[in-house]
Design a binder for this molecule. Structure first.
Ligand SMILES: Nc1nc2c(c(=O)[nH]1)N[C@H]1C(S)=C(S)[C@@H](COP(=O)(O)OP(=O)(O)OC[C@H]3O[C@@H](n4cnc5c(=O)[nH]c(N)nc54)[C@H](O)[C@@H]3O)O[C@H]1N2
Ligand SMILES: Nc1nc2c(c(=O)[nH]1)N[C@H]1C(S)=C(S)[C@@H](COP(=O)(O)OP(=O)(O)OC[C@H]3O[C@@H](n4cnc5c(=O)[nH]c(N)nc54)[C@H](O)[C@@H]3O)O[C@H]1N2
Ligand code: SF4
Ligand SMILES: [Mo]
Length: 683
């Protein structure tokens, strides 16, 4: 039987609440964060008055985060979009007038029909981002796609976040799914590799603390000494984009120690002879030269790796935002293949658990009148010239997508009809012809899974929608009806859609019913606990993991050998991508945008602490204040993502200098792999 709410604290608080005439509603955080927390909302007289983390949920364990602690306040923010709007000023001016839903649907229907008639469905681009990871309202279930299929619209490749790494892991293991993150508690060596746990998904930390308490050694491998690195036993400041080389170097030491698991290699892997030769060509001195990590540190960690079972590697998306991001994950995945760590719960690699989620996502491609054109999210600037109707939902490309200057130029085109479904007046919404107001998580129903754990969660609406906001599902039902579409599946209710999602018949979902989810709020999928997914083999055609072939193990970063500073644009502690970028308190805590610069690089440019600079390259520029810091090595600078350009000095953010370039696999974006220069802004 799947594990479920034991009916302790959460159940008790629900009972107490109902005794006092209040209601307590179980929900889930919709944001693009691995933890997908379970939350409890207290509702008094129809108003949500309190939100807290669900103490019964084994992963959330009662805590939300600095951002979502302000979620209720955010739902009532002064700038919340409450009504449909039509543009009255020039594109980008953010000047709108209120209209009715009928007027909005009329105008959208007319424009969609005209576009399809004149230019074909491919000229329509539904651009659906990661604002919600819901399987009903958000990107995981590809919300709205059945409607777009009837219309024959372009398909949208949501590759903005994790595509390079996922593809690399698929090549290695046949899946991007790996360890159950809860099993980090069982590890004796933990490598936090290109991941900022305490900022990007802090609930894993409790499991790492359990491991530490049992004697585990924790190493952070990151070009930045992050707050996570501060808490680790050891920090290796790697040169950006060279992780595959470090992995090869560590394996070189493992082989020297004779610590490879020959039995596991023979039974469950393929391509070992070639790969062994590749490893042998990366002695620690060569590795030190490429990665910038001293040879003795590589040797020490290699020895530790050779001698410590189980070793758990947490590698997340930061690592793969480089030209060689796919190869990096593929080569990291080879480590537990060589050491045999996959045999043990507490050993292996955890990137994302998404591939363990086996819901039945049926976007009904049979409804398409003809094969659809595929448009790539991270290539927005290049795709837009052939788009006539852009429909943005759950996304804020003017903050989050590469090459924002070119995107902005395109959004100004008079012949482009843009609809933005939003909760807030983002920079992107300012360019809309029509804005549609969207519900927030406490106002709609949704089904969720985490990408950092093995639970499904249900989100019951706690309150009525604010203003005239509609959920994604309801918006598309109304739009379909307004356009006279009759395909029955376009009108499925939220509960019907949820039943359908749960009906895949996969063993991991046996006994996971909608009734249970609605009652208990969360259910662990039927994976063994503890879970060792590849102890007996891999989901590849041969059943074996595939080592990289000769020459495939390392693809150098774009920045390799180039003059200038490598810019890293990591997760901000107080924002979630661009979500909360307008929250006054979180903005206050985030202070002005900064760029971390080593003392040597600052001195070479005559920059003092606090000096405002233009961070620039051929793609564009943004403004930030210099923070001289030993958290970055010479040659590396860092400035967090997530700022709203219009709320930032100079009206730009980091993505003005992120060029539209592809990683080696999955067309992943190169967010941490750009060359910039810093020049003082004249006062
Ligand atoms: N607070 C907060 N939490 C978030 C988000 C947020 O915006 N804010 N975003 C969410 C989303 S969408 C995602 S996808 C996840 C992403 O979560 P993470 O994977 O943690 O993402 P990043 O912050 O981009 O990168 C993590 C770390 O990788 C390091 N790094 C960069 N390049 C390299 C490299 O070449 N090698 C190594 N070893 N390290 C490197 C960065 O310095 C950074 O400290 O977090 C989610 N959680
Ligand atoms: N430079 C740089 N850029 C990055 C990254 C980086 O590391 N560096 N990280 C990248 C990553 S990992 C990601 S995932 C992307 C994220 O990029 P996007 O997918 O564009 O996500 P956000 O910027 O968070 O914008 C989401 C918007 O959706 C809205 N929203 C939330 N819920 C709903 C809903 O239910 N309905 C509707 N209609 N709207 C909703 C929010 O108000 C918000 O404005 O950014 C990427 N951009
Ligand atoms: S953003 Fe992450 S840590 Fe914060 S509440 Fe949501 S799932 Fe939990
Ligand atoms: Mo992401």
């Amino acid at each position: 039987m799947p594990e479920s709410a034991p009916g302790t604290l959460g159940a008790l608080s629900r009972k107490l609440a109902s005794m006092s005439g209040n209601k307590v509603v179980l929900g889930a955080c919709p944001l693009d964060c691995p933890d997908t927390c379970s939350w409890i909302v207290t509702v008094e007289d129809g108003r949500a008055t309190k939100m807290r983390g669900n103490p019964d949920q084994p992963y959330t364990r009662g805590a939300l985060c600095v951002k979502v602690n302000r979620y209720l306040e955010h739902t009532r923010a002064d700038d919340r979009l409450l009504y449909p709007l039509r543009r009255t000023g020039p594109k980008g001016s953010g000047r709108f007038e209120r209209i009715t839903w009928d007027e909005a649907l009329d105008e959208i229907s007319t424009r969609l029909r005209r576009t399809v008639d004149e230019h074909g469905g491919e000229a329509v681009w539904p651009y659906n981002g990661t604002g919600s990871l819901g399987y009903l309202q958000g990107c995981e279930g590809v919300a709205g796609r059945r409607f777009w299929n009837v219309l024959g619209a372009s398909k949208h490749w949501l590759n903005i976040c994790s595509a390079a790494g996922s593809t690399g892991l698929h090549r290695a293991n046949g899946t991007a799914g790996g360890m159950d993150p809860e099993n980090f508690a069982l590890a004796k060596l933990v490598l936090l590799w290109g991941t900022n746990t305490l900022t990007s998904g802090h609930h894993l930390w409790k499991f790492i603390q359990d491991a530490k308490a049992a004697g585990a050694h924790v190493v952070a491998i990151d070009p930045i000494r992050t707050r996570t690195a501060d808490q680790a036993d050891e920090h290796l400041a790697i040169r950006p984009g060279t992780d595959a080389v470090l992995a090869l170097g560590l394996l070189n030491v493992v082989l020297a120690e004779g610590a490879q698991d020959e039995e596991y290699l023979a039974a469950h892997t393929s391509g070992w002879e070639d790969f062994r030769a590749e490893i042998m060509s990366y002695p620690v001195e060569r590795v030190a030269e490429i990665t910038g990590i001293p040879a003795d540190a590589v040797h020490r960690l290699g020895t530790r790796l050779a001698r410590t079972r189980p070793t758990a590697i947490r590698a997340t998306m930061g690592l793969q935002r480089h030209a060689g991001g796919g190869a990096a994950l593929r080569t990291l995945a080879a480590i537990p293949g060589v050491t045999g760590d996959w045999r043990h719960p507490g050993g292996g690699l955890a990137y994302s658990t998404s591939d363990h989620v086996k819901l039945n996502i049926d976007t009904r491609d049979d409804l398409l009148p003809a094969p659809a054109r595929l448009r790539t999210m991270t290539r927005m600037a290049s795709e837009l010239p052939s788009v006539k109707c852009l429909f943005v939902y759950g996304a804020n490309p003017l903050s989050s997508t590469s090459d924002t200057s070119r995107i902005r130029q395109q959004l100004q085109r008079e012949d482009l009809f843009t609809v933005v479904m939003e909760q807030f007046p983002t920079d992107t919404a300012d360019y809309a012809d029509i804005v549609l107001p969207a519900t927030m998580q406490t106002e709609h129903m949704d089904l969720h899974a985490g990408y950092g754990h093995l639970y499904l969660l249900w989100n019951e609406p706690a309150t009525a929608p604010a203003g005239e906001c509609l959920s994604t599902t309801e918006t598309f039902r109304r739009l379909a009806a307004h356009m006279g579409m009759t395909e029955p599946s376009l009108f499925a209710s939220d509960l019907e859609l949820a039943e359908e999602l749960l009906s895949s018949g996969h063993p991991s979902l046996e006994g996971v019913t909608l009734d249970r989810l609605r009652k208990e709020g969360w259910v662990r999928m039927n994976y063994p606990k503890p879970f060792a997914p590849f102890a007996e083999g891999f989901p590849t055609p041969s059943g074996r993991m595939r080592f990289p072939r000769s020459g495939e193990a390392y693809v150098p970063p774009y920045t390799a050998g180039k003059d200038g500073l490598t810019l890293i644009t990591p997760a901000a502690h107080t924002f979630l991508n661009s979500t909360f970028g307008n929250n006054p308190e979180l903005l206050r805590r985030a202070k002005n945008p900064v760029v971390l610069v080593s003392a040597a690089d600052a001195a070479a440019r005559g920059l003092t602490d606090g000096r405002r600079v233009r961070v620039h390259n051929a793609s564009g520029e943004f403004l930030a204040d210099v923070e001289i810091s030993d958290r970055v090595a010479p040659g590396v600078v860092a400035s967090p993502k997530g700022r709203w350009p219009k709320l930032s000095p100079g009206g730009g953010n980091v993505n003005a200098v992120v060029a539209e370039r592809d990683a080696d696999m999955g067309r992943g974006a190169l967010y941490h792999d750009n060359i910039v220069e810093l020049s003082p802004v004249e006062a």
